[in-house]
Design a binder for this molecule. Structure first.
Ligand code: SAM
Length: 173
């Protein structure tokens, strides 16, 4: 059993400036001081973990160094072009395991989370459940994400490593 952690993990967003500012969850998080926004990749902290849907390795509790989590806020049409460009930064890239989006744009779609959901999933897996709930609470649909994914998230948070996360995921896919 992974104990709940009460500290806050730093959250960073590289914002590619491609989304509708009114709908963008990353910008809203920054407005509430819940995440720090960067418009240049060169400024991103190199010790944080990058959430990358195309990464080969799945995120697990073992990846929590306390140094932070990065999300790339861009259009889904651009992910295949932009993520490889970040390769030169030598960040640790991790994919989130099977989870369903709870937001109105991609509701029920597996793996296609928006920025706040991606952060919340990673925080939950790291045992920072209070911080996950806090960031989702700024969105009126935010509770749906945890309601839809409570069971797998609890299980992923007990895994020792990426291999165990993938094993747990196979029961849900
Ligand atoms: C493509 S952007 C879309 C942002 C959206 N426009 C918004 O307003 O939140 C979502 C980002 O969340 C992270 N993400 C989403 N789903 C993921 C997954 N399955 N694995 C890893 N990261 C994921 C990635 O950093 C991805 O670039």
């Amino acid at each position: 059993m992974n104990p709940t952690k009460h500290r806050d993990i730093p959250l960073y967003i590289y914002h590619a400036g491609q989304c509708d500012p009114k709908k963008c969850t990353g910008r809203k998080m920054a407005r509430f001081d819940l995440a720090r926004l960067y418009d240049r990749v060169s400024r991103l902290p190199r010790s944080a973990i990058l959430l990358d849907p195309m990464a080969e390795k799945a995120l697990s509790p073992a990846d929590d160094s306390g140094k932070g989590i990065i999300v790339l806020d861009c259009s889904w049409e651009e992910v295949e072009r932009i993520f490889p460009e970040l390769g030169k930064l030598n960040l640790e890239h991790r994919a989130l395991p099977y989870l369903l989006a709870g937001n109105p744009v991609n509701f029920g779609k597996p793996f296609k989370l928006n920025s706040v959901e991606a952060f919340a999933a990673a925080l939950y897996i790291f045992g920072c459940k209070e911080q996950a709930e806090k960031i989702l609470s700024k969105f009126n649909w935010g509770h749906s994400f945890l309601e839809l994914n409570k069971e797998p998230l609890e299980e992923y948070a007990t895994a020792k490593n990426s291999t165990e996360v993938v094993e747990i995921q196979s029961h849900y896919i």
